[in-house]
Write a protein that binds this ligand. Sequence first.
Ligand SMILES: Nc1ncnc2c1ncn2[C@@H]1O[C@H](COP(=O)(O)OP(=O)(O)OP(=O)(O)O)[C@@H](O)[C@H]1O
Ligand SMILES: [Mg+2]
Ligand SMILES: [Zn+2]
Length: 258
Amino acid sequence: MMNTLISDAADSVCPICNGTGFVTTWQKDERGNLTEYARLCQCQDKEEQLKIKGTSDIPAEYENCTVHSFDTSLYNDSETAKKIKHAAGEYINHFQQFREQGKGLYFYSRAKGSGKTRLACSLGNAVIATNTMRVSFIKTVELLSMIKSTYNKKDAEITEKEIIDRIKRTPFLIIDDIGAEKPGEWVNGIFLSILDYRISHLLITVFTSNVSQSDLKLDERIIDRIVKMSIELHFPEESIRRKKANTECSELLKILGI
Ligand SMILES: Nc1ncnc2c1ncn2[C@@H]1O[C@H](COP(=O)(O)OP(=O)(O)OP(=O)(O)O)[C@@H](O)[C@H]1O
Ligand SMILES: [Mg+2]
Ligand SMILES: [Zn+2]
């Protein structure tokens, strides 16, 4: 999907710069001489944003999700949903301040399907669109199995160090489903190296989880860092996934005449 978008963008010629990537303007100096100035065309940013999106690993399901389209009417506890949506909107409005302080967010609910991953990806999409910021999405379980798969493989395409380096340096990182991994010393070591780097470089991390920060079964040093680098928001304990599935199902049952 994203690859098509990128090539579409590359194929169609920008009407502002005719595909040169630069716009030229003329300015008169004090002696009345005209000087030509070139600046980067706005399409260059859009292309950069599409490239970032294409390499962000944000799942296809959420690649077009926005904070604005987060539907609070789907929740029984719509008051809490509204507060969370508002907080996410304000986070983006005041992003520079959060960025300077290296503060991300931590979305959690014990209930599965409450919209945590959706909203986290919406924030990622927003900072790409407003700041052309590099974003990476990673599920903890997948990160760990990716690292594991590099062991015992001498000619692995990518080494453990390269995987960890990429994750730890990303300016805006979404760590999806933290707490779903099997805890242990190996896991602690990996998280510690990633989060320790991120905290000391004030890089933004947004977490989603089915457990609260204090209930994470990770080393205290890691939990301490997570608490420092993110603000915890408790999602409504209800499954929008289940609700949507039920609606879809009953519509299809109608077609089947049942
Ligand atoms: N507020 C919402 N507006 C629109 N769609 C939503 C909303 N919340 C959730 N959904 C949809 O419900 C499904 C589940 O959402 P999501 O994957 O974000 O849940 P989750 O809280 O991350 O679940 P899990 O705990 O299983 O990881 C998705 O298809 C998502 O698009
Ligand atoms: Mg999720
Ligand atoms: Zn252009």
